[in-house]
Design a protein around this ligand. Structure first.
Ligand code: AGP
Length: 606
């Protein structure tokens, strides 16, 4: 949530920062701003900010806005309305200090009262502004000490980058709970909250830990703790190519990412299948066969789409490994003082690896001595680092706020984990082989589904007129229905509800009428007849039905037919046409598909 980018070197900084902001815009798009060292005779800092998108900021930059050192920010509003004044960077009254900040300062109100009493004048409603005044107020001799002193007053989370007019040769950054990544170039240094803004310049990065700070100069960097002792953070190479962040000829990232799914799944499987023992190798799991056999329960924690992937994962683990498993929103789990059981394997699932609610749940579990694995997309992210081991889902960068390919790769990764756990227990060689064959079929079957795009586009145009839609599924189909309903509402803003098909008659059937279409997930499995009975019930109330099924459903007005895989793996495929359905519905309605209103990609606040 929110994006930070900074640069120090020899190049003209404003265009570089604008480009970085464009890359980070998916993290927040309420406002954007830049501050830079003006250099020249007069020196000092210059800044520009604008409500709205980065292109708005670009159009408002003053004519002479040059320098070779600067910081910038794109905001998802937490404290204060999205407007020009609340946009970052925040400066002190003398415009000597400029700060960009991701995270939340919990004691901002107290600090504001104290600083106001001392005569500091606040111009914005943000929590971040306290930092600018605290740094300006410090009498310490170096910028590093000023920043250290200021963050010492802060309770909460932060990733910050700071400029000071008296220290034009450096940018000082600090991290506590919100990512800060340094990018190492040739006689130039970058900083960002996300490698997305760095990879077109360098793939050599240093990720700061919580409680770590860094000083960036054009030709070097130094890392140290907020207590002042040096650290030796080592550079690593980012796996993802700069091109993976481009739109690649598609009109939106959502469309591109939906179409990348066959390759993404192929990547998730690559090098992991062990035909000899009909199982899979998951290198980073750090769970030997003895540990795996000792697991009595599995509890999966995630938010939004990742939680839905976890629900499918829990069913796969129960089916294939016969270990009781369930999924729960991490945001609920962490607040209900959960009983933490040493024989339970906890799995935190997250695309970004940054979601605050998931991270906080992991930290609470670790504090209570639990074993927690991560199922994460972003390598080296906070959740990946906090967990005892895990599986990278290898979906590649996902830029659209609406998650698609990551969901699919998460579910595939759960399939791999379920197979692995199953084969350390009672899953037979024959069943292991059957599941492996099913997994191998997935990329081809995804291509088949995507080849049906024209039919889905037509259907989406037709259903886009609905004010509200019902999504139903039973057992394996229910989390698919929930995810499809979330996809539709977040990208098209059409109200959608998801219910187990079995629950219809316990209440929601009252909603069914011709204006309320139902999207039904109808796999060809042991529940086919039960699902058909639900379609009958809807039809008897004159409801319109769009079925996603393995064969045309007589009672449905329309059926999107998807290829059949193994029963246990069908859920992986059945949601994919509904991603396209949500995409084309939103397109028909003229929505801002990659950046739905009020949302941001990584939710790093509560
Ligand atoms: C998905 O379309 C969402 N925008 C959202 O629900 C997301 O899945 C959720 O915020 C969790 O994010 P994470 O996977 O990065 O933890």
């Amino acid at each position: 949530m929110c994006g930070i980018v900074g640069y120090i070197g020899k190049r003209d900084v404003a265009p570089l920062l604008l480009e970085g902001l464009q890359r980070l815009e998916y993290r927040g798009y309420d406002s954007a701003g830049i501050a830079l060292h003006a250099g020249g005779k007069t020196g000092g800092l210059k800044s520009a900010k604008a409500k709205g998108r980065v292109r708005e900021l670009e159009s408002r930059l003053p004519k002479r806005f040059n320098g070779t050192t600067g910081i910038a920010h794109t905001r998802w509003a937490t404290h204060g309305a999205p407007n020009d004044v609340n946009a970052h960077p925040h400066l002190d009254a003398d415009e000597k200090v400029a700060v960009v900040h991701n995270g939340i300062i919990d004691n901002a109100a107290d600090l504001r009262t104290r600083l106001t009493a001392e005569g500091f004048v606040f111009v914005s409603d943000t929590d971040t502004e306290v930092l600018a005044h605290l740094i300006a107020r410090s009498e310490a001799g170096t910028l590093e000490e000023k920043v250290r002193e200021a963050v010492g007053h802060i309770e909460g989370t932060y990733g910050i980058a700071v400029l000071h007019a008296d220290f034009p040769d450096r940018i000082v950054v600090a991290r506590n709970g919100s990512p800060v990544v340094l990018g190492i170039g040739e006689k130039e240094m970058f900083v960002s909250s996300d490698v997305a803004a760095l990879v077109s310049h360098t793939r050599q990065v240093v990720t700061l830990d919580d409680g770590e700070m860094a000083t960036l100069r054009a030709d070097d960097y130094r890392t140290y703790t907020t207590e002042g002792s040096s650290t030796s953070a080592q550079p690593t190479t980012v796996e993802w190519e700069a091109e993976s962040y481009d739109m690649g000829g598609h009109d939106t990232y959502m469309h591109k990412e939906i179409h990348e799914q066959a390759d993404a799944v192929d990547r998730a499987l690559r090098g992991r299948i062990d035909d000899r023992f009909s199982t899979v190798h998951l290198g980073g799991l750090n769970l030997d066969a003895r540990d795996a056999r000792a697991v009595r329960r599995v509890k999966i924690l995630g938010c939004g789409t990742s939680y839905h992937a976890g629900q499918i994962g829990a069913q796969m683990i129960e089916e294939l490994a016969r270990i009781p498993a369930d999924a729960e929103p991490a945001s609920e789990f962490r607040y209900r003082n959960p009983v933490v059981d040493p024989d339970t394997l906890y799995i935190a699932v997250s695309q970004s690896g940054e979601t605050y609610d998931v991270l906080a749940a992991v930290q609470e579990l670790k504090r209570k001595g639990a074993r927690v694995l991560g199922l994460v997309n972003v390598v080296g992210s906070a959740i990946a680092r906090e967990t005892d081991g895990g599986i990278y889902v290898h979906a590649g960068p996902e830029v659209c706020v609406v998650s698609t390919k990551c969901f699919t790769n998460m579910v595939v990764s759960f399939g791999l984990l379920a197979l692995h756990l199953g084969r350390t227990r009672d899953l037979s060689v024959a069943d292991g082989k059957r599941i492996i064959e099913g997994l191998r079929k997935l990329p081809g079957q995804i291509e088949e589904i995507l080849a049906n795009e024209a039919q889905i586009e037509e259907l989406a145009k037709e259903y886009a007129e609905a004010k509200s839609m019902m999504f139903i599924g039973r057992v394996r189909g229910y989390p698919v229905a929930r995810e499809a309903s979330l996809k539709l509402k977040e990208v098209s803003y059409i109200h959608a509800e998801a219910y187990p098909a079995s629950e219809l008659k316990h209440g929601p059937l009252a909603l069914i009428e011709p204006a309320m279409p139902t999207v039904a997930i109808v796999p060809d499995d042991e529940l086919l007849e039960k699902n058909r009975a639900a379609l009958e019930e809807i039809k008897a109330r004159s409801g319109r039905i769009l079925a996603v099924a393995h064969q045309v459903q007589e009672k449905a007005d329309h059926t999107i037919v998807v290829p059949k895989n193994e029963d246990e793996l069908d859920a992986i495929l059945m949601g994919i046409p509904l991603q396209l359905f949500a995409y084309y519905t939103a397109k028909a309605m003229g929505r801002d598909i990659d950046k739905p209103r009020n949302l941001a990609k990584s939710v790093t606040v509560e």
